[in-house]
Write a protein that binds this ligand. Structure first.
Ligand SMILES: [Zn+2]
Length: 117
């Protein structure tokens, strides 16, 4: 897999975890386990910062634009469809054996696509 694509997927996961830790129900669960959601959020933000330093500026700007527009900037292709907007993706894109070896975007919504297989 393209290393930048891998980093963008991790960034997306981190952003979900950071957002989850702001939710009251999840905070309560964490506290019940004796964990500190504030501490965890701080650590995740630090990891995010380190990860962002390794991502090309241009790609990061695209990610931020997509994330603020849609919430999810990086989505898996499911049954040859973009799981963000559900549009069928071009066959050539899906059947390419090296499809995860570069950054590909959905021609309809522009989200960054990866294949989880
Ligand atoms: Zn799409």
């Amino acid at each position: 897999m393209d290393p930048n694509l891998e980093r963008l997927i991790s960034l997306h996961d981190l952003d979900i975890m950071i957002a989850d830790l702001s939710r009251n129900d999840i905070r309560k669960e964490e506290e019940k386990l004796g964990l500190s959601p504030d501490e965890a959020q701080k650590e995740l933000r630090q990891l995010r910062k380190e990860l962002c330093n390794k991502i090309e500026k241009r790609l990061l700007a695209r990610y931020d634009r997509l994330a603020s527009r849609y919430g999810n900037a990086v989505v898996p292709a499911i049954q040859s469809r973009c799981s963000g907007c559900l549009t069928r993706l071009p066959t050539a894109m899906c059947s390419d054996p090296n499809r995860n070896e570069r950054i590909r975007t959905c021609p309809t919504c522009g989200r960054i696509i990866y294949w989880a297989d």
